[in-house]
Design a protein around this ligand. Structure first.
Ligand code: SF4
Length: 241
């Protein structure tokens, strides 16, 4: 009798192979579209980054966000400037630094690029709602781990935010809570890059993560030991309105 466990790659290896194929599809498709728009992947990411922020973004912040060297970021920024998609001006925060901002044409490009068909989105559409939500939660864990190890730049995720209160409503379909807006969230609502995010201190982030990763949506309520505040999250002050 064939033992498929002996014949098969370990599951992490098989998953990596499957995800690599999905990434290949996304990459090839994106390259074709960016080539039409005369953009490299780095230039596209810079446009997306600037389009998602309203504050003074410096070259250093761009390099940190993209995980590239300042020299690489500088080359791409110069190319975008030559194309008329962004411009530099004195930073409001630090008059010695230059801030980057999109031109009207740059904003138009960001809107156009966001509207292009995305084969990865189409592929995820073939999963059920529950499967999509589970995948999203799993991706959240992987992203957070990769950020912790330094393999990815830290992003403005709910699970790092001082307003996040995971599993406050643990017996509900929307178990989490955002104390900034005073509303309940499901896993599918969790943000990876939220403009209103405010980082919690290290201890708060660890406590948030401990609670988020140990409890599961749809599972019985977390044990009493996980009640709000017991993980070290400061729940003493009332949520901001
Ligand atoms: S402010 Fe944004 S990042 Fe923070 S908990 Fe609310 S939705 Fe999440």
């Amino acid at each position: 009798m064939i033992d498929f466990d002996a014949l098969s790659a370990p599951l992490p290896q098989a998953l990596a192979s499957a995800v690599r194929r999905l990434a290949q599809l996304a990459h090839t498709h994106a390259w074709n579209q960016w080539a039409v728009q005369r953009l490299t992947p780095t230039q596209r990411r810079i446009l997306d980054f600037l389009g998602s922020r309203h504050d003074n973004i410096t070259l250093t912040a761009v390099a940190r966000e993209l995980g590239v060297t300042a020299a690489t970021a500088s080359d791409s920024v110069s190319a975008l400037e030559t194309k008329g998609l962004l411009r530099k001006r004195r930073s409001h925060v630090d008059g010695r630094a230059l801030a980057l901002m999109l031109t009207t044409e740059g904003r138009h490009s960001v809107t156009q690029l966001a509207a292009l068909p995305d084969p990865l989105q189409t592929a995820f559409g073939s999963l059920s709602g529950d499967e999509q939500e589970l995948f999203y939660r799993s991706a959240m864990k992987m992203l957070r781990d990769l950020q912790e190890s330094g393999a990815l730049p830290v992003s403005r995720m709910c699970v790092r935010c001082r307003y996040f209160d995971p599993f406050r409503h643990s017996d509900s379909a929307t178990p989490h809570h955002c104390n900034l807006v005073g509303a309940a969230l499901a896993d599918r609502h969790l943000r990876i890059d939220c403009p209103e995010h405010e980082p919690g201190d290290k201890q708060t982030q660890l406590a948030l993560w401990s609670r988020f990763s140990r409890c599961a949506p749809g599972a019985p309520p977390c044990p009493a030991a996980d009640a709000p505040g017991s993980d070290g999250v400061d729940q003493s002050s009332p949520p901001p309105d």
